[in-house]
Design a protein around this ligand. Sequence first.
Ligand SMILES: CC(C)(COP(=O)(O)OP(=O)(O)OC[C@H]1O[C@@H](n2cnc3c(N)ncnc32)[C@H](O)[C@@H]1OP(=O)(O)O)[C@@H](O)C(=O)NCCC(=O)NCCS
Length: 179
Amino acid sequence: MMLPTLTGSRLVLRPPRPDDAIPLARYLNDFGVSGNLARVPFPYSLADAKAWLRTRQPDTAPDDANFCIERPGQGYIGHVGFHPGPQGPIIGYWLGRPFWGQGFMREAAQLCLDWFFETTAAPAVYSGVFHFNQASLAIQRRLGFTETGRSWLLCLARGVEVEHIDTKLTLGMWKARSI
Ligand SMILES: CC(C)(COP(=O)(O)OP(=O)(O)OC[C@H]1O[C@@H](n2cnc3c(N)ncnc32)[C@H](O)[C@@H]1OP(=O)(O)O)[C@@H](O)C(=O)NCCC(=O)NCCS
């Protein structure tokens, strides 16, 4: 399906474009960001950003959908998207460091999850955090994710497996949420 643009009160989510490479590389080439993510290497170059953007198509399955998070007036500030996992769709996200601490990710994740559950028949979305990532865990809890266990997940930026708190958001929890 063609990815839509999703509009919230402070943010807009839109499909990636080739000219996103410069801000993408700037914000991801930060160990404070990539060290919290499983699949982003560090350092992260402009060539890495361009190569990844070439893999993104506007016509894509919802469980492979990626959205650039834009703040009107400030441009591209971060990213939220899905990829297929062994149990079902996995959601992942990050914000560039200048944009932390203002509650933007809760709004972005909420927009994205509303779209995902409306568009698909998925009974649940999976996620989790490396064990030290309390800010991200707080966001997931507020969205209705619950902890399902622990695992060891390779963190590309660190080059080692890191203990991971696994989480799951069911469609029922999403509908019942109070945020
Ligand atoms: C994690 C990240 C997305 C947070 O986004 P954000 O919008 O800046 O989140 P905020 O700082 O506004 O905090 C969100 C919540 O976490 C809480 N929080 C923040 N830091 C915390 C900490 N150290 N301990 C406990 N709670 C914390 C906030 O109080 C807030 O909770 P509330 O909504 O109940 O008030 C952002 O820091 C980021 O991109 N980090 C690097 C990449 C990353 O970690 N991605 C997620 C991988 S799972």
